[in-house]
Design a protein. Structure first.
Length: 299
């Protein structure tokens, strides 16, 4: 069933109005997910990267266009439930205690409850609710085993874990791609789906993931904060002399050209509260919606 197609009946078949409404629904959900991500200054670009990895893997598995688009959107929304995790846990600069980890483990069900009643809920349920389930049944929140785990979630789970391993956290630098791939290989059939994980590792070893790792948008790598590491997110269209801020330490940086590339240089100052406010990258979200909508929004 094409869930978004069903919405068309409310508009009497007026295709332009239906597609516009459907795209607005998609955009509003992705903006909400972006604002949740913005609470954690060390995950800049995480949703974009997981969405890119997931789209790439789904395409390589020769899934139908509609499934690829659905998985791409679901992966962008997968961490929506982290809005329910307290800041002192989400932004902790040390490893979590067992008790704190139990709080983190609530986010798949919180995300699913947040989506309850939304027209897109069934479309992305698998990615949001089951991306931490594992084939050996030791995942959460329901302890699903093997093929009980929905296809979308098995793909997103691999891509989410890979990005977590290759991204910087407050207590460690990101792993190398090779190291992260070796961990996935060691845990195939246990933490990660065997067939999907094997294909993902093949993609990694071929170099097909390198243009996504460490980036926050296509062709835009994360920039280094001198205190916190690669936490600075630049947006498409930024110009020389724009300001960029680290939302972890509040450091202020200014963009400049270096060897023909836009980079950042620390100003020695800190950002004022308004400069540190979160603002969704609506242009990036618009591109993702446009990319996925054609396969999903058929009226």
């Amino acid at each position: 069933m094409n869930l978004l197609k069903d919405i068309g009946y409310f508009f009497g078949g007026h295709e332009g109005r239906v597609i516009h409404y459907q795209e607005d629904l998609l955009s509003s959900s992705l903006v909400m997910a972006w604002m949740v991500e913005a609470r954690d200054p060390y995950t800049g670009g995480h949703l974009w990267r997981v969405s890119r990895f997931s789209r790439l893997l789904a395409s390589e598995l020769n899934l139908p266009d509609e499934a690829v688009a659905r998985i791409s959107l679901g992966s962008f929304l997968h961490d929506l439930g982290k809005v329910g995790v307290p800041d002192q846990i989400l932004n902790k600069k040390d490893r979590l205690t067992d008790e704190e980890y139990e709080v983190i483990k609530t986010h798949p069900d919180v995300g699913w409850r947040m989506l309850a009643g939304h027209p897109l809920a069934r479309l992305v349920e698998s990615a949001v609710r089951a991306h931490h389930e594992t084939p050996d049944g030791r995942g959460y929140p329901r302890g699903l085993v093997g093929d009980e785990i929905p296809l979308d979630a098995r793909i997103v789970g691999i891509c989410d874990a890979f990005d977590a391993m290759t991204s910087a956290r407050p207590y460690r630098r990101g792993m190398t791609v090779d190291k992260a791939l070796s961990i996935i290989e060691e845990n195939l059939g246990q933490q990660f789906d065997q067939a999907f994980g094997e294909r993902f590792v093949e993609l990694g070893k071929s170099g097909a993931l390198h243009h996504i790792v460490g980036h926050s948008d296509e062709g835009i790598p994360l920039q280094e904060c001198m205190m916190c590491g690669p936490t600075l997110v630049m947006r498409r269209g930024q110009q020389v002399d724009d300001y960029v801020y680290c939302r972890s330490c509040t450091g202020e940086y200014k963009t400049e050209l270096q060897d023909g590339k836009l980079v950042v240089k620390h100003t020695g100052k800190s950002g004022h509260p308004r400069a540190l406010e979160s603002e969704a990258d609506t242009k990036l979200i618009g591109r993702l919606v446009h990319e996925s909508a054609r396969a999903l929004l058929r009226v």
